[in-house]
Design a protein around this ligand. Structure first.
Ligand code: GLA
Length: 380
């Protein structure tokens, strides 16, 4: 069994003299620039993995993961739906493979996600007659789920997305089955159960659009309220499903500072930057949203023109400049996917588009935005 390595411990460990660490892989020796080496003094560099990467079916994508990333997140494998599809029945197969992959390759791992309103089966919220479950029943199910999943993996994984997306755009608490049945203190309960299951774990609150001032304020209120009750939230995850227009860099910076001032680590947990036009008025990552496909919304079906590659590269560089400037507050930057072909953004918020949101293209090659991100710390 591998000893646990906290993200916070990993960073100082990596800040050992340059000569000792480099070149640390065959690729680096061959002169290939690696993301994880480039940012080793700043933060972990992660990727969320699909089933086909976890199982090795997509070998080329998996090779990129092993080469460039030192942290992995399970894209879907550990969500309630896949891991606990029926009452009393857990399917750990893919999650076990995920953990094995991380351990074999010495990668930091986290669990995504224990409590969320989406990708959670209907039975969780119902009693035997199909009516809404009682608060006590739902709390019991929440506790069983958290203690079972954390119990199985706590000697392997020390970093957990405990609650995902509990706050609305205006900063109020989101209305979901969790909040309807249990009440808004479902967040508190989830963190209490998680802390009980592993007192030493790094526990994360994760959400999208956290750069927006109203939503930022809502999350600050939520975390302060928990802290007043003696509940520790170790980190706040900014999902980071962004685009060429949002977030405003100053808003983003203000959120990083505000969350850090709460005493929380900041993590960028689901980074992708869409290169496509937005359907009018849309921003965020509410996964139930979808718009009709129109040519004007899918302008680059055959490849991203050089001029747009340059715009995307500059946008990525702006974001990474902020991350590096605040790397004393940020312990991890995780991309939501590995290469453009596997990104959910091809189907969100409009199904059937061709998007270019990640650093590697559909042929697994680094894009101009990869070079731009590297140059943020290596100059040139
Ligand atoms: C949210 C969730 C992720 C994923 C993305 C869309 O951001 O946190 O798990 O489902 O939506 O793929």
């Amino acid at each position: 069994m591998k000893p646990k390595l906290h993200a916070k411990l990993l960073i100082p460990l990596m800040i050992v003299p340059f000569m000792l660490l480099r070149p640390d892989t065959a690729d680096a020796q061959e002169g290939q620039v690696l993301l994880k080496d480039t940012f080793k003094d700043h933060f972990l560099i992660g990727a969320a993995l699909h089933r086909w990467e976890i199982t090795g079916r997509d070998n080329e994508s998996l090779a990129l993961v092993k080469k460039h990333f030192n942290s992995i997140s399970p894209g879907n494998a550990m969500k309630w739906g896949p891991i606990h599809p029926k009452p009393g029945y857990y399917d750990f197969k893919l999650a076990d493979q995920f953990v094995e992959l991380g351990e074999q390759n010495d990668m930091h791992m986290l669990c995504h996600v224990l409590i969320w309103h989406a990708q959670t089966p209907r039975w969780v919220f119902q009693d035997e007659s199909g009516e809404a479950a009682s608060r006590d029943t739902l709390l019991q199910r929440m506790q069983d789920h958290i203690s079972t999943v954390m119990g199985r993996y706590k000697d392997h994984i020390d970093c957990w997305d405990v609650v995902n997306e509990a706050v609305e755009e205006d900063g109020s608490m989101r209305k979901t089955k969790w909040s309807e049945i249990i009440g808004d203190d479902f967040v508190q309960k989830a963190f209490e159960f998680a802390r009980e299951a592993d007192p030493d774990a790094i526990l994360i609150y994760n959400d999208y659009n956290l750069y927006k001032p109203e939503k930022r304020d809502g999350v600050v209120r939520l975390i302060k309220g928990l802290q007043e009750k003696g509940i520790k939230v170790d980190a706040i995850g900014l999902q980071g499903h962004w685009d060429l227009y949002e977030p405003d860099i100053e808003d983003l910076e203000a959120s990083i500072i505000a969350f850090s001032e709460l005493g929380c680590d900041v993590m960028i947990t689901e980074l992708d930057v869409s290169a496509l036009p937005l359907p009018w008025g849309f921003s965020g990552a509410e996964i139930s949203t979808n718009f009709e496909l129109r040519d004007s919304l899918n302008p680059y079906p055959d490849g991203l023109p050089d001029s747009m590659q340059a715009v995307l590269a500059e946008r990525y560089a702006d974001l990474f400049r902020i991350f590096v400037r605040h790397s004393d507050k940020i312990s991890r930057v995780t991309f939501w996917g590995v290469h453009d072909g596997g990104s959910w953004k091809n189907n969100f918020p409009v199904r059937g588009r061709t998007d270019y949101p990640l650093l590697f293209d559909r042929s697994f090659q680094p894009k101009p935005c990869f070079d731009a991100v590297i140059k943020v710390v290596s100059g040139g």
